[in-house]
Design a protein. Structure first.
Length: 302
């Protein structure tokens, strides 16, 4: 009996499999990039979307398959992994789900959404509940192709959307390792003040934005100071980044921290576990991440 399923991003089934194995989660098999487990669901960082209540449904015909899904609930999203033509015909019999791109800052969808896939031509695996409010865990935005110097800002947008919070006017933000300025651009565009810290210069257009101040020094040489948000998309070894994050947490300097934990080659699961073990921390493989995880931390409420 399948009790949970974990959807990996393209090319990232291996880190997910390793993470689940380390947590003692058994995998009975893979359906494309969907790991099927007889064990209850866990919080898996490398899962774009975790299916919490999977059930198997007979699908002897297109109409019967659609009726079985509609009998459970209205809103379903297809995960098209195999049997694509038949799955598309079933999908056409279901109420449409509008998976439009978000205009940031905009809250994530709150409407209930399940997920399903055809594991065989006559058998559906469906989960009325899943962890992501997005279709197949993919968070899409209306992109700005003119202002930011790179597309890295999409990671910040997605992290804040999943967190349900983002910088607002009056917030003081620090962006460590800011150059060329994609994250600084995203923060300043929200009307918050941002100190961009990097030995390398910012893109001139970003540096000239209202609310942006620059500090030309290493992010690792900065003494923690009070801020509402600490951001970092810096390229650094995980142990060095962990020491940096821990120093800011120990100093009680930041109310929220959002940073990217980057891996060179094989994923360092031990390092990821260190970050995950911090109180009030979350670790996500965002749909805009590559060989990296996004770490999000919030100071405990006083």
């Amino acid at each position: 009996m399948i009790k949970s399923a974990y959807l990996a991003a393209d090319d990232y089934t291996e880190p997910l499999a390793e993470e689940l194995a380390r947590a003692g989660v058994r995998i009975d098999g893979w359906h494309g990039s969907l790991a099927l487990s007889p064990d209850p669901p866990i919080d898996a960082a490398w899962s774009l979307d975790t299916w919490l209540d999977p059930v198997e449904l007979p699908a002897p015909s297109i109409g019967q398959a659609a009726s079985a899904l509609r009998a459970i609930q209205r809103n379903w999203s297809l995960t098209p992994l195999e049997h694509h033509r038949r799955a598309a015909l079933i999908e056409a019999r279901l109420p449409p789900v509008k998976a439009r791109a978000l205009i940031f800052p905009e809250a994530a969808p709150t409407s209930h959404l399940g997920a399903w896939t055809l594991v065989a031509p006559d058998r559906i695996l469906a989960s009325p509940r899943k962890t992501s409010p997005f279709v197949n865990g993919l968070c899409r935005f209306e992109e700005d192709r003119l202002g930011p110097p790179s597309r890295a800002y999409l990671k910040l947008w997605e992290a804040c959307t999943r967190l349900g919070a983002w910088p607002v006017p009056g917030d003081r933000c620090i962006d460590l390792g800011a150059s060329p300025g994609g994250w600084t651009w995203a923060i300043a565009s929200l009307g918050a003040d941002v100190l961009a810290v990097d030995k390398a210069p910012l893109d001139p257009a970003v540096a000239a934005m209202p609310g942006v101040t620059t500090l030309r020094q290493s992010a690792f040489a900065m003494t923690p100071e009070p801020c509402d948000w600490l951001f970092s998309d810096i390229i650094a070894y995980p142990d060095r980044l962990y020491a940096l994050v821990q120093s800011w947490i120990d100093a009680k300097a930041a109310r929220r921290i959002v940073c990217t934990l980057k891996f060179q080659g094989a994923v360092n699961h031990e390092a990821a576990d260190q970050f995950r073990a911090l109180a009030n921390a979350r670790l996500w493989h965002l749909s805009h991440n590559k060989n990296e995880l996004t770490f999000v931390w919030q100071a405990p409420a006083v």
